[in-house]
Design a binder for this molecule. Sequence first.
Ligand code: GLY
Length: 376
Amino acid sequence: MTNIPSLEHAVAAVLQRVEATAAESATGFPVHADPATGDWVRSADGFWTGGFWAGLLWLAGEATGESRHRVQAVAWANRLRARADSDTALRGFLFWYGAAIGDVLAGDARAREIALVGARGLARSYHSAARLIPLGNAFGESTEVAQLETNIDGVPGGAPLLMWAHHRGGDRSLEAIARAHVARAVELFVRADGSVCQAASIAPETGEVLRRYTQKGLHDGSTWARAQAWAMLGFTQAARSVDEFGEAALRVSDWWVDHLPECGVAPWDFDDSRTTRPVLDTSATAIAAAALLKLAALAPGRAERYRAAALAMTQALLSRHLTPVSPEDPRPCGMLLDGCYDRRTGRAPQHELVWGDYFFFEALLALTGRLDPIAL
Ligand code: GLY
């Protein structure tokens, strides 16, 4: 009989992976790791993912109560400070997970200061005709430059960062921008059936919608798993402060729970019809599990459904996709395998992804009672 690790074993394994990565002498932020060796591809400036590395260290501090993880987290967060005026909507990921959660979890004053700088920088990119924060010239992923581009990826992280900064820094305009950005995302990306379209092009002068499309999914009408998961997370984070976003959070979350395959792990795109050896995205699954645990706290009527789904998904991840997958597995312990970064370009399509590790750890800590999921 296969020995299935428990939630507690998985917490210990991820912690081991975080500590081993932190002990490496390489200086860049880990982005994705080779599934055969566990060697990280790193980014010097934090790309869009650097906040998740500092975020893993903040979570490690929460899990262990040890100050050394928080000291390391602050040092990495400090390196993200240079990105405060970097023209990308994904600064929300950098400064919410990289810094603001250090204030939320540990009351860290340095993290708070860095996060406020990042939030103010993000707010300066608001485009009033479009009523949103565009992807920006430093977004670094989209090749679509002709119009003003936006996608659902820019909602999670960004919305809670601006809402938190309003309360921490006192500037009401930050929350107003977050509200407008989230409301526009609901209008642009949520389809009638509750599935999510990833991206849209907007006319800069009028704010008119020129097209809805996908940047990383199978096709424009398909449901890329991470678009759905980012929407679940972003709308739930926004609903903590603004009740009216609760309905969108429930709709996109119900769609996920209704469409998740029996194996408990999402395919990279829900419209990829292959059934033998499907390409999965464990990172989307981890994001969705973390989001459902938050939404369970906001929606008592559906709490049992969401918690049960999040537990089943997390158990599916740890039982089949977490190293070691067998007693002879030589790879570093605690790698979450089978994340699909970008199937279109072939970048890291079946790899360990730093944001997958982050959300998997968040879900594990929530399920084992070490973290109040709605705090983040
Ligand atoms: N651009 C964020 C993502 O790939 O999910």
